[in-house]
Design a binder for this molecule. Structure first.
Ligand SMILES: *Cc1c(COP(=O)(O)O)cnc(C)c1O
Length: 376
């Protein structure tokens, strides 16, 4: 209810027409819209997490460990196993989702009078971190196949002189992983500005064999930060735990801007229990990867308006496909059949996450149906 003479709120003018981040959260049988791992934790993992949380609860009158060295050491151990790159606990940082890690990065290295740069189409949250930290936001372009041309990247860095460069690899919403040579070209150009280069590897565990991780570049590039998350492959989106690997000096800068005690004792306990059960939580990743490759092949065989669908190469747990003259109608048609996917990416494209085999089958059936209906 508005009172007639209520004073106007002194909202920052640039926020006046903004709406909150909003992937629709709908109650639908098949949820393939936000790239979650479809497999919930096993009863055994649930029991371990509950025991660790109970332990933490006994000390809830106290603030948590501000610098969480035990969790950082566990994350370093996990990265060593996952990518063969050995890092010290002081090279790891964590927060409530890699979204918060990214905000810490912009708070420390962006700001008024500074510029953050990425290459579109890419993750829709990046411009929001820039807006919220009063950082100028600039995008270069990705090529027709959604890769980043190194010459264009270097030229854009030299022209715009950013203090932060954000590279998602594998990229969302396209699934594109960057070759190491592209990341290295960006790192070299960024060092001359100087700029921090953030490689967002939220989907790294889903990369195809032979695709490298930017973690391998850390020892030679103190201005590189590689972000990861437990939200996707790790099957723990509800936990809200994202993290980053970088030089100790870069991590120390983030410790300045974080809120005091930002990572709750409950979060730390849950994350450590989940990491101890990584084999169980990551058990389906190989299957999800294989299913993703099957889904890409299947989509490439579908014909719409006389042409085969276009499907982006993907190293993630989702597939971007199109193009449709009316993508919203296709999205709605799938929703009417109980399948929620994401209307995102360049005009005409849609993004679907890889689910369980039954969910993927439901998606294929629904899409076949929608295409037939539209061609009538
Ligand atoms: C999902 C996603 C993240 C992870 O976000 P969390 O806050 O860790 O859940 C980060 N970057 C990209 C590109 C993503 O798609």
């Amino acid at each position: 209810m508005t009172t007639p003479d209520a004073p106007a709120l002194p909202l920052r003018p640039e926020l006046a027409d903004e709406v909150p981040y909003g992937a629709p959260q709908l109650d639908v049988p098949v949820l393939l819209n936000v790239n979650e791992n479809p497999y919930p934790p096993s009863d055994e993992v649930v029991a371990t997490i509950a025991a660790h949380v109970a332990d933490a609860a006994r000390r809830l009158n106290r603030y948590p460990d501000r610098d969480f060295p035990a969790l950082r050491a566990d994350l370093a151990d996990y990265l060593a196993l996952e990518s063969g790159v050995h890092l010290g606990a002081e090279q790891i940082w964590a927060a409530n989702g890699s979204n918060e890690v990214m905000l810490h990065l912009l708070q420390a290295f962006g700001g008024p009078g500074r510029t953050a740069l990425s290459f579109a189409p890419t993750y829709s949250m990046y411009p929001e971190y820039a807006r919220d930290t009063h950082t100028r936001w600039v995008v270069g372009r990705r090529a027709e196949d959604f890769t980043v041309d190194p010459e264009h990247a270097v030229a854009t860095i030299e022209a715009e002189r950013p203090s932060v460069v954000l590279l998602a690899s594998p990229n969302n919403p396209t699934g594109t992983a960057l070759p190491q040579a592209t990341v290295e070209a960006v790192l070299e150009a960024a060092a001359r500005i100087p700029a921090v280069v953030v490689v967002d590897e939220a989907y790294a565990e889903f990369r195809r064999a032979g695709t490298p991780s930017a973690l391998e570049l850390l020892d030679r590039h103190p201005h590189l930060a590689v972000t990861r998350t437990m939200s996707k492959a790790f099957a723990a989106a509800g936990l809200r735990l994202g993290y980053l690997a970088a030089s100790g000096a870069l991590v120390d800068a983030l410790r300045v801007v974080r809120l005091p005690y930002h990572l709750s004792a409950v979060t730390q306990a849950t994350a450590r229990a989940a990491l101890a059960h990584r084999d169980s939580l990551l058990a389906q990743v190989a299957d999800l990867r294989a299913q993703r490759d099957d889904l890409v092949a299947w989509l490439r065989q579908q014909v719409v308006a006389g042409r085969p669908l276009r499907v982006a190469d993907t190293d993630a747990n989702f597939v971007l496909f199109g193009t449709f003259a009316d993508r919203h109608a296709v999205w709605q048609g799938l929703l009417d059949r109980g399948v929620l996917i994401r209307e995102t990416g360049p005009e005409g494209w849609l993004r679907v996450s890889v689910g369980t085999p039954a969910e993927t089958a439901a998606f294929k059936d629904a899409l076949t149906d929608v295409i037939v209906e539209q061609e009538q």
